[in-house]
Every structure is written in C-alpha cells, then in structure tokens.
Design a protein around this ligand. Structure first.
Ligand SMILES: [Zn+2]
Length: 406
C-alpha cells in the first residue's frame, strides 16, 4: 500500500449530496480516501499517479449474491428449470467438488470480477477457506459463508469457526452465516442457524422465495408463504441478506420492511431460470434496501455487474410499462452503496473522505461511450465491464487493463 493520486477525472461519487464532480482529484493514503474534491494537491509526489483525462471513477461494484466457484459450472447445464437444474445437475456435480476445485473456480471468478470492476463480493458456497485465500492473494474484498444445507449444520459451524480464526487479522475478509434456503434446510436447522447468528452477532445470507414452486410448496405444506415461514424461524432477528425475493405478497414485503431485511436482486439469473421478476420497484418505494448480484456463473452465466445493472434498469421499465422507474442513479446505488450497506459496511460504496478506497476507473475514450452527454446514464446503459481500466481495492491497485496485472 502507499499513496495514489488520481487527477483531473470525472468522479461519480454515489453520494446524493456530492453527485458527480468534474475535474476531480482523489488522494488515497493507505486503505482510505484521504481527499476527494476539485483542489489540486500541492505535490505530485505519490507512489502512483493516474491521469484521469477521458476517464471516470466510481466506487467499486459490490456483487451482493454469488457462488463464486460455480464458475466451474459455467455452461454446464443451461436452458433448464431451477428445480430440475439444481437437483439433477448442480447438486450431483457439487457433491464431487474438492477443495482444490474450489480454489481453481475461485481464481477464475476473482479474475473475472476484478477485470470487470467488482471490488467486493458476498459468497455462499463450500470450502470457503480456499475462496478466502484466493481473495487475499488477489486483493479483492470478500464476505464468505460456508453454506448450510440438509444435515450439514454442525460441520459447517466448525468450518466457519476455523475460518474466522484463520482470517481474523485480515481487513479484506468478513463472514455471514448462510442457511441455503427453506427447501434445503429443515425448520430445526433454520432455527439453529438463527440462534447461532444471534449469539455470534453475525448477519444471515440466504435464498428466499426464488420460484413459484418454492412458494406453492411452502403454502401447501405449512399454510404460510416462504417469507412468513422464514420469519417464524427467527432468522430475520439478525441482519439478513435475502437473495431473489421473486414471489412476494404485500404482507411478505411488509415483513421484510419490518425486519430491515436487505434484498439482493439477481435479474439475469431469475430470467435465465425463468423464475420470474422480483417486485423491486415496490420494495424501493417502501424503503427496503435493495442490492444487486449476479448469482453463480452457472445461472447467469457471467459475473458481470455492468450487464446486471443494465438488465435491472430496463427489465422493470418493461414490466411496469413505466420508463421513469429504476433510473440510472438508483441502479448504480444498488450496485454500490446499497450492497455495502447490506453487508454491514458504513464506510464503503461511496467516494468520500475517510471511506475505504475501493474504486474503479473506466476509460470513456471509446465510440460506444461518445458523446458523453450524461456520465451516470452512460455507466448504466452503455458502459461495458471491459471499459474498466483500473481496479483499486483497500487502497491497492489490483487490476490494470494495460498490463493485465492482477
Ligand atoms: Zn444463489
């Protein structure tokens, strides 16, 4: 780590008060943003100087729901419905995965994310210590959880505790506790997860109400919706990150709001598995914190947050027949500050003095970004992940498109 100066750049701060600052200067000292504004520093005596001409800087993207090492299953099982895909293709494949496989899959995933502007990811998978080691080696911020399903509760608690010990001094690594879903965990397991999270002051990361089948089965078996049922397990008493939330009643949305549950929208995965479209505009109107994720590379099939932002923005305009919903600023917030908030960070996701220095710099000197009439719109509707030129995490330059360093 050292000092980095970014000069004369267009800064999309993601702060509602600061907005976009033209001809900005950013000073990074250690892992923090020391200065952002229009004043030119008196010296250019920095370890690294980036000239921001024709470039745009914004907070790093936060992929708030993924299963990173599922890169190994990219294009392995496509064009199938979720239950068939999961139980007949994915789970049997995953049963054979070993720690070494997860290491390889994680390396592919982290490389893809850093090159595409993602600086932080929230993972739910297996052999997470391997993923943590890869994250540290490559310098990306990771929130990890070795996911509990079926009868694996005791084993997973042990794994999580071993990992907490291994990474206890690492700034880049933190944890959630993850019951996979209501259809892979019994009531007792969900209750145990809830109690564990509460007594260890942890957040929960889970799948919720992803498909109509999950919704209908839950109502038939228990006389409750998945969200109502999850509430009875006590899970929502801990800070909760719920991925998908596609099949929701108005009462379900009230439950999420009441417990301050953060929702992760994964529009491409939901569309590809034909699960439906989550009522995101209603959630936003109610003040629910909505973040954005890619889900795993098996159901997406990439970890590209720029694609995810564009789809999120246009999908809801089409569904609601209202082009004013999900404007570019709202979607950028979902992919940055809302994700950081869901993960419990209060100093991430905004370019602001004193905040963690996680940011990306895009090269806007490309035909598909010309003319730049509106930087925020161009970021959501026209930019591509391949426009990312530099990725900085925790004050460290971890990807440079020119040199392909990572
Ligand atoms: Zn998922």
């Amino acid at each position: 780590m050292g000092n980095i100066l970014i000069k004369n750049i267009t800064a999309v701060t993601m702060s509602d008060s600061s907005g976009v600052i033209e001809n900005a200067y950013i000073v990074i000292n250690g892992n923090l943003i020391e200065y952002i504004g229009k004043e030119k520093p008196e010296t250019e005596d920095f370890d690294y100087v980036i000239d921001g001409e024709n470039k745009v800087v914004m907070p790093g993207l936060v992929n708030t729901h993924t299963h990173l090492a599922m890169t190994l299953l990219r294009s392995y099982a496509d064009d199938m419905n979720l239950q068939d895909w999961l139980f007949n293709k994915i789970f049997p494949f995953e049963d054979k995965l070993m720690a070494d496989d997860i290491l390889k899959g994680s390396e592919i995933g982290v490389d893809e994310m850093l090159a595409g502007g993602t600086t932080c990811f929230n993972d739910m998978y297996m052999f997470q210590a391997e993923t943590g080691r890869v994250a540290l080696k490559k310098g990306i911020r990771a929130v990890l959880s070795d996911c509990v399903n079926f009868d694996g509760y005791d084993r997973k608690v042990k794994l999580m505790e071993t990992m907490a010990e291994e990474f206890k001094n690492e700034d880049l690594i933190s944890f959630t506790f993850s019951p996979h879903a209501i259809y892979t965990c019994s009531f007792d397991v969900l209750k145990k997860c809830s109690d564990y999270a509460k007594s260890n002051d942890m957040s929960i990361h889970t799948h919720l109400a992803e498909t109509q089948t999950e919704f209908d089965d839950c109502v038939k078996e228990r006389g409750m919706t998945p969200t109502e049922y999850m509430e009875t397990t006590g899970i929502f008493d801990s800070p909760t990150i719920a991925a998908h939330c596609v099949c929701m009643t108005d009462n379900d949305l009230e439950i999420l709001k009441k417990h301050n549950v953060s929702v992760v929208h994964n529009p491409i995965s939901n569309l590809k598995l034909a699960s439906g479209v989550a009522p995101i505009t209603k959630m936003i109107d109610m003040g629910i914190n909505v973040a954005l994720g890619t889900d795993g590379a098996s159901s997406n099939n990439s970890l590209d947050m720029f694609e995810e932002m564009k789809v999120a923005a246009i999908l809801h305009k089409g569904i609601t027949l209202d082009p004013t919903v999900m404007n570019a600023w709202t979607v950028l917030k979902m992919a940055t500050v809302n994700g950081a908030k869901a993960l419990g960070f209060d100093n991430l996701g905004v370019l602001k003095q004193g905040y963690l220095a996680d940011m990306i710099i895009l090269d806007f000197n490309s035909p598909h970004l010309m003319p730049n009439n509106n930087t925020v719109s161009n970021l959501v509707y026209a930019a591509k992940s391949s426009d990312v030129e530099y990725t900085i995490v925790n004050g460290k330059l971890v990807y440079n498109r020119q040199t392909k360093d990572r």
